[in-house]
Design a protein around this ligand. Structure first.
Ligand code: SF4
Ligand code: SF4
Length: 343
């Protein structure tokens, strides 16, 4: 079984790009500990817990020889967040469709099954989609499927950066690809556009002020001093990818899995709040946003209403009350939002 045969099978199974990296301790992997030491991970303690394993894929699978890096384009034909009307809720593009952990997990299982049949010898493997203790962008860059941009996203020169990454660590000594070269050049558009200055320096994200972190990773109260900067970002943030020149003509996916669910296809902030708890649960089931749950989505929408001072959204906060609105976390953020009303 050759690397080329694995790549051909990956494409048949719905992956858009595939490359092979050696399972090595690349120098870039060492920066992770420094990033943690600077406090840039915020309250994502699971990252610190997995720091040692993240330094080398072989700490997860000691006999690993290769990392098969896979990329799946999720972009669909919809305006960028930077082009939307002010009252439209900003929901991260990756989260509009089905839960990628499930969809891509199934595809990786199918790829592994094919590999086990084609290899002609037993081998060990581990497959991860996003949540594993693997610095997947570093291995993806070394597998030649894109470079890590100054916005910290993996950019494929032909397809852009709207790509889900996943990887298979395996004990097979596969022919590796050449690493991708950085093509950001002198561009600084992402750093200039970030509304909170979360890109502390090129290639370095301070999660603590990133809107994606604040709306997705923070479990409790969103820090009051950062709430005014949320704008209409109800779940995640795409700005530093929207402005990237490599996303001006990005690849688009016709995959049913990534097409926007009606509930997430450009709703206004007011419409999101007026949605019943039951409708929220239905919309979130099996979606990439499922982990946020109704409570945290309401928390976020409330902050957006206060941050944007959108009249319709603020009106919705006072006129619609579902059981989740009585949750102390939600109620505290609603109270803050209503204080932001202009006199
Ligand atoms: S996702 Fe948004 S807040 Fe985070 S770094 Fe990018 S532009 Fe800044
Ligand atoms: S906006 Fe410019 S600097 Fe930022 S990732 Fe894209 S090409 Fe690189």
């Amino acid at each position: 079984m050759t690397s080329e045969e694995i790549k051909a099978c990956a494409v048949e199974l719905g992956f858009d790009v595939c490359g092979i990296a050696p399972a090595a301790a690349f120098a870039q992997l060492r920066f992770f500990r420094e990033w943690l030491a600077r406090g840039y991970a915020g309250e994502m303690q699971y990252l610190a817990r997995s720091a040692e394993r993240r330094e080398d894929a072989r700490s997860i699978l000691p006999s690993a020889r290769s990392v098969i890096a896979l990329g799946t384009v999720y972009n669909v034909e919809r305006p960028y967040s930077t082009e939307r009307d002010a009252d439209i809720a900003r929901l991260a593009r990756y989260a509009w469709g089905d839960d990628y952990h499930d969809v891509i997990g199934r595809r990786m299982d199918a790829l592994l099954e094919w590999m086990r049949g084609a290899a002609g010898e037993p081998f060990d493997a581990r497959a991860y989609v996003d949540t594993g203790p693997v610095q997947e962008r570093v291995y993806a860059q070394h597998a030649g499927i894109g470079w890590i941009g100054k916005n910290t996203c993996l950019i494929n020169p032909d397809r852009g950066s709207w790509i889900f990454l996943s990887e298979i660590l395996c004990t097979l000594p596969l022919e590796p690809d050449a690493p991708s070269l950085d093509q950001c050049g002198t561009c600084t558009l992402c750093l200039d556009a970030c509304p909170t200055g979360a890109l502390a320096e090129p290639y370095v994200l301070d999660s603590r002020t990133c809107l994606s972190y604040l709306t997705i990773e923070v479990k409790g109260s969103i820090p009051i001093e950062l709430r005014p900067q949320l704008g209409a970002h109800a779940y995640g943030c795409d700005i530093c990818q929207d402005v990237c020149p490599w996303n001006h003509r990005p690849a688009q996916s016709r995959d049913e899995a990534w097409q926007p669910r009606a509930a997430f296809d450009g709703p206004s902030l007011g419409a999101l709040w007026r949605r019943s708890d039951e409708a929220w649960r239905r919309a979130l089931r099996g979606s990439a946003m499922t982990r946020a749950g109704v409570r945290r989505m309401r928390r976020n929408v409330a902050v957006c209403a206060g941050s944007t001072r959108d009249a319709d959204a603020l009106d919705a906060l006072t006129s619609v009350s579902e059981p989740s609105c009585a949750d102390p976390l939600v109620a505290e953020h609603v109270a803050w939002a209503l204080e932001q009303r202009r006199d």
